[in-house]
Design a protein around this ligand. Structure first.
Ligand SMILES: [Zn+2]
Length: 657
């Protein structure tokens, strides 16, 4: 049934024994077919019946998976060829049946991940041995010809798809580009998003630790917003609101839902007005291309591939590593055997990799600046830094400004597993340890931003670049009982964010440097702000109004109830909830918060839970006045304002999980 190429040693072997060359050829064919089937199954599943529409992997999986499977199968083919030579009577028979079963294994693992891979393998071995291979053996010559014909096609598809994917990320720049040129003198806009940096952990906002010397300096050159509020308390809806000018409940985004194509994005709009646009993101959980946030950018850099991380998209690799971990845990828990732990951890790290640090994000951005075309277009660049996100491990692990390095495996585990850890029994000193580590990460990130700003200065780019530095949300450390991390509440700790806007140095705007804006501002207004600063707001599709209204004398925009107020929304996620996996797939009651700088009102529909804080005198939101008769009229007013902004109660059906 295989390659009929003559095998010089075949005379003294059974007629069905395939040559080593034939086994390798068949292995390569099976590997490529397995890869393409896996890619097809993945795309079909994500685009049709999977409730989780996020891929959680690089978009280059479309060619990486066939390439990885090819390599795995050829490696296996070598082993099988040796086995077949050593065991001629049954080796050939077994080889083709094993390859037949493995060809379909990745696709079924992807389609039905809830079933054990080993169970699938046994089923497929049976099907392969009993049905598929005997069927093909009856038409051996036709099958052999089909393999020889299709092998080059399956192989050639890999570089073709890779070239198409890599080429799609290139910028359409140069004099031949048919895009319009922006008005002469249009400035660049550089948006730096510090993922998970709470305003209250920055020296800039009065924190007792000097975590933000760079931001302090930038604020002296531009405008600091004292009460900037994120539209949500976690990454995807917060970024999506910034990029579209819409509130989260108006968008498709959720814990398992990307930003869809309904709304125009900031990058799309600026690109259509002639800007070069590029994104460089370190948060691959919820900012990578599969999140939809990359839509409209000419270039979008998300995943990097240190060590063996390019292998991870392939289900055979990912599931094997997961299986190794399970076996290791079993040995450790049941037999108290932990000698394999370091080796398994090393394998896991090699496949999953480290996070992308700020220095890498900066390097990618500066490299992109170097490669830009010579036609003098302005740029809009978006950088997302992930350094302050859990686990709080500064890239320079030896640098600890405020805390100390983990002193024992317990403290290492505390940091490593912080998000999923049951924090009920934590001591104050354990929480302080995590907070110190977080502050170290924040300060480290601030330093890296300083280096980027210095480099931009050396390149003369500060002269014509608006610099916007902000965070997508903050971080909780138990300031409210049981509330940690983010995406879990709408308290100040999670939605009060830094916001600094620095004008191009060549713009002489009197009274701007060192200005503080006390009024409440929502990051929902970011899109309207950027198109205003870029000078292309005519025809802009973005709701909200430019934040420049806080420092120049623009006519007051008609923002209705949104003027001077910020709306934040979240469907809270609790990783400790045993039903979290099920709940995330079902509509749940969202939280909505309205803040005007004087009062904050947080409401949950369903069982109706209301909180009202007089933040002017109770900045920590520690006294809920919702049931206080003296605050009755305020409560009524905030209820009405919130209902107006959300156009009625936020029911689960109006909000994506
Ligand atoms: Zn985030």
């Amino acid at each position: 049934m295989l390659d009929p190429a003559p095998d010089p040693a075949s005379a003294d072997r059974p007629a069905s024994f395939p040559s080593a060359r034939a086994i390798l050829g068949l292995s390569a064919w099976c590997g490529l077919l397995a890869g393409w089937l896996e890619v097809g199954a993945l795309i079909l599943k994500k685009s049709t019946f999977d409730i989780n529409r996020l891929y959680g992997m690089t978009r280059h999986f479309v060619w990486l998976i066939p390439l990885v499977d090819l390599g795995l199968f050829v490696g296996l083919g070598l082993a099988l060829a040796i086995a077949a030579r050593a065991w001629p009577r049954r080796g050939g028979w077994l080889t083709v049946r094993v390859l037949g079963a493995l060809t379909f294994l990745p696709a079924v693992m992807v389609a039905f991940p809830q079933i054990y891979a080993v169970a699938w393998l046994l089923v497929l071995l049976g099907v392969s041995a009993r049905i598929v291979v005997p069927l093909l053996e009856r038409r051996a010559s036709l099958f052999g010809r089909s393999v020889r014909f299709s092998l080059p096609v399956l192989a050639a598809l890999v570089p073709c798809v890779a070239a198409a994917m890599l080429g799609a990320g290139r910028m359409p720049t140069g004099p031949t580009s048919d895009r319009p040129m922006p008005p002469p003198g249009s400035p660049n806009v550089l948006l730096l998003v510090m993922d998970t940096v709470a305003a209250d952990h920055l020296g800039l906002y009065g924190y007792t630790r000097p975590t933000s010397p760079t931001l302090d300096e930038l604020a002296r050159l531009g405008v600091r917003f004292d009460d900037a509020r994120a539209a949500s308390s976690w990454t995807l809806p917060s970024h999506a609101a910034m990029f579209t000018g819409r509130w989260p409940h108006e968008l498709s985004v959720g814990w398992v839902n990307p930003l869809d194509r309904k709304e125009t994005t900031l990058a799309q709009y600026l690109g259509s007005r002639g800007y070069d646009t590029a994104g460089f993101v370190a948060n691959t959980l919820y900012c990578a291309a599969d999140s939809g946030l990359g839509r409209g950018f000419d270039a979008y850099h998300d995943y990097i591939f240190p060590r063996l991380t390019a292998l991870k998209p392939a289900a055979l690799v990912d599931r094997t590593v997961a299986g190794l971990q399970e076996v290791e845990r079993f040995l450790e828990d049941r037999l108290d055997l932990d000698i394999f732990r370091p080796a398994v951890q090393r394998v896991w790290l090699a496949i999953n990799g480290n996070r992308k640090d700020a220095a890498t994000v900066n390097r990618e951005f500066l490299g992109w600046l170097d490669r830009r075309g010579p036609d003098g277009r302005p740029f809009f660049a978006f950088l997302n830094y992930y350094d302050a996100h859990w686990p709080y491990q500064p890239p320079g692990l030896s640098i600890h400004r405020f805390g100390v390095p983990p002193r024992d495996p317990g403290e290492s585990d505390l940091i490593q597993n912080w998000s999923s850890l049951d924090k009920k029994g934590l001591t104050e000193s354990q929480i302080a340890f995590a907070r110190d580590a977080y502050d170290d990460c924040v300060a480290d990130l601030d330093e890296q931003i300083g280096r980027l700003v210095d480099e931009l200065g050396r390149r003369g780019l500060r002269e014509n670049t608006w610099l916007i530095v902000l965070a997508d949300h903050g971080e909780s450390f138990g300031e409210h009982e049981g509330v940690f991390c983010h995406g879990t509440s709408l308290y100040r700790t999670e939605v009060h964010v830094p916001l600094v806007i620095v004008p191009p140095s060549e713009l002489k705007l009197p009274g701007l440097a060192g200005r503080h804006v006390a009024g409440t501002a929502s990051l929902r207004d970011l899109a309207a702000t950027v198109v205003h600063l870029a000078g292309v707001e005519d025809g802009s599709p973005f709701s909200g109004a430019t934040l420049a209204r806080f420092w120049n004398n623009l006519p007051a925009p008609d923002l209705g109830d949104a003027e001077g107020r910020a709306l934040s929304e979240v469907v809270p996620y609790d990783p400790l909830d045993p039903a979290a996996d099920r709940l995330i797939r079902e509509p749940r009651w969202p939280l909505a918060a309205l803040s005007d700088g004087e009062w904050t009102y947080i409401r949950r529909e369903g069982e109706i839970r209301e909180e009202l804080f007089h933040v002017r005198v109770d900045a920590k939101e520690s006294r809920n006045l919702a049931a206080d008769p003296a605050a009755r009229s305020t409560l009524e007013r905030m209820r009405q304002l919130l209902g107006g902004l959300t156009a009625g109660p936020l029911t689960p059906g109006r909000f994506n999980p």
